[in-house]
Design a protein around this ligand. Structure first.
Ligand code: ACO
Length: 428
């Protein structure tokens, strides 16, 4: 290997593959000619070493626990910015000026409602339906009511579709919550900012005067910022992959919602609370469950611990832990499951097994316990994550289309049967 190329010796021949430079972080080996030249493909289960694209949006360094949105460290963004500003930042190259910000907010507000017929769709779901399934279905259904946003090609049309989806998606998230709670559904209120508007659509009771609790709104804003993008994770890669077939934005995001639903991804925040409740029901013996997680013959894992990329501390977890402490103090919450969470955090952080494997609490460990403290039903947690991740999905989709990335189509190493003749059923 020299500085800017990798040399592969194979079958008596030598092949050179150029290095693709980065501004920071992993550089890539461009192997686009590998198969044509050698007849070989790469095999990388779970894509642990595979760069699927070149991106300018989000950078994360798992070893040093760093996360930047468009170059701005997450710590500064979480402290100084707002979710609406972060949406602008991800969708564009830089932070907005006052005028750009006002224009962006105005663009979103013009779509601050959802077609009334959509209410009938949500009515037909049973109340027991998982909100992520409902959200994915409603996001796809939005296409029928906004057909012009489906086949967008120019940057301007993409930005327009983004504003539309951002506005309407907050309704769908709030509606799934209202459905779960058996409450009538609300439309948006243009006098509020994005997060306040979402909060009101969720929590306004028909029998009470509405009060905006600033502690809760600030915590929500922070949680949404922390989830806004995380480069090429499972759901984002899904959105990009689906979109690479030139599928529309809403349908691509609907697929991303399904990917996020899984307990190894966004569903982890729900799984954290279910695990805490299980430990509580079983007598609250935290040490027993830590032992179970360490036992290789037991498939139990401590949910909310570990991360595919962060092999040091998750920087978002540090910020969110502080938000969790503030909320518990402000709301004066006492909860057995939350006590168990804190014990678990302590035991695991001091245990050799977890230290050796660099398994720290991830962002979902704390987001789950904050949502619970806010009284949000467990099954809604991943919906909250989806609302936060929406600007990331849209920005990545837009980047992929503007860069004209080719359709995503991996190859495989086939190990199945070789050619054989069909045998008639009577002769098998
Ligand atoms: N509890 C106990 N052991 C664990 C855990 C855990 N939560 N996570 C990993 N390990 C162990 C594995 O058993 C393995 O041990 P070994 O080396 O002795 O075989 C080692 O740590 C490495 O684990 P991998 O599964 O190879 O790590 P990977 O990077 O592939 O997985 C993942 C990361 C999926 C997040 C994993 O840590 C996990 O399942 N965590 C629980 C689920 C969770 O919290 N997911 C949320 C992720 S954050 C997000 O999506 C926003």
């Amino acid at each position: 290997m020299s500085d800017n190329k990798v040399i592969l010796n194979y079958d008596g021949k030598s092949f050179e593959y150029p290095i693709v430079e980065s501004t920071i972080g992993d550089r890539g080996i461009d192997i686009s000619k590998l198969r044509d030249q050698t007849g070989l493909i790469t095999l990388d289960l779970g894509y642990k070493n595979t760069g699927a694209t070149i991106s300018n949006i989000t950078y994360l360094d798992g070893d040093n626990g760093e996360l930047y949105y468009r170059g701005y460290p997450i710590e500064q963004i979480a402290e100084k910015s707002s979710f609406t500003e972060v949406m602008y930042l991800l969708l564009n190259d830089d932070l907005p000026t006052t005028e750009q910000f006002a224009g962006f907010e105005k663009g979103i507000k013009q779509y601050n409602f959802v077609a009334d017929e959509m209410k009938r769709l949500i009515d037909v779901f049973p109340r027991s339906a998982h909100p992520m399934g409902v959200l994915s279905a409603l996001t796809s259904a939005l296409i029928a009511f906004n057909p012009k946003a489906v086949d967008v090609r120019s940057k301007e049309d993409m930005d327009h579709a983004a504003e539309m989806l951002i506005a309407k998606f907050s309704h769908l998230c709030a509606w799934t919550y209202r459905k779960k709670m058996g409450l009538s559904i609300n439309h948006g209120d243009d006098s509020l900012n994005y997060v306040e508007n979402f909060y009101k659509m969720c929590f306004r009771r028909p029998n009470q005067e509405f009060h905006l609790d600033s502690t809760v709104v600030n915590a929500l804003d922070k949680l949404l910022i922390l989830h806004a993008d995380h480069e090429q994770n499972c759901s984002t890669s899904t959105v990009r992959m689906v979109g690479s077939a030139h599928t529309g934005l809403f349908a691509s995001v609907s697929a991303g919602i399904s990917a996020l639903w899984g307990p190894l991804h966004g569903g982890a925040n729900q799984a954290v609370i279910e695990m805490l409740e299980m430990i509580e029901k079983d007598g609250g013996d935290v040490a027993k469950y830590v032992e179970k997680a360490k036992n290789k013959d037991d498939d139990f894992r401590l949910m909310g611990f570990g991360h595919r990329v962060y092999k040091n501390f998750d920087p978002r977890a540090r910020i969110i832990k502080k938000a969790a402490d503030d909320i518990f103090a402000a709301l004066g919450i006492e909860d057995k499951a939350l006590d168990i969470a804190l014990q678990l955090e302590k035991v695991a952080l001091e245990d050799e097994y977890f230290i050796e494997r660099k398994l720290y609490p991830n962002v979902d460990f704390y987001s789950g316990i904050i949502y619970r403290a806010l009284g949000i039903p467990t099954e809604m947690f991943t919906v909250m994550f989806a609302l936060g991740r929406l600007p990331g999905w849209i920005s990545q989709w837009k980047e992929m289309r503007l860069h004209n990335d080719p359709i995503g189509r991996p190859r495989q190493v086939y190990q199945g049967a070789t050619k054989r003749d069909y045998v008639d059923m009577s002769a098998r």
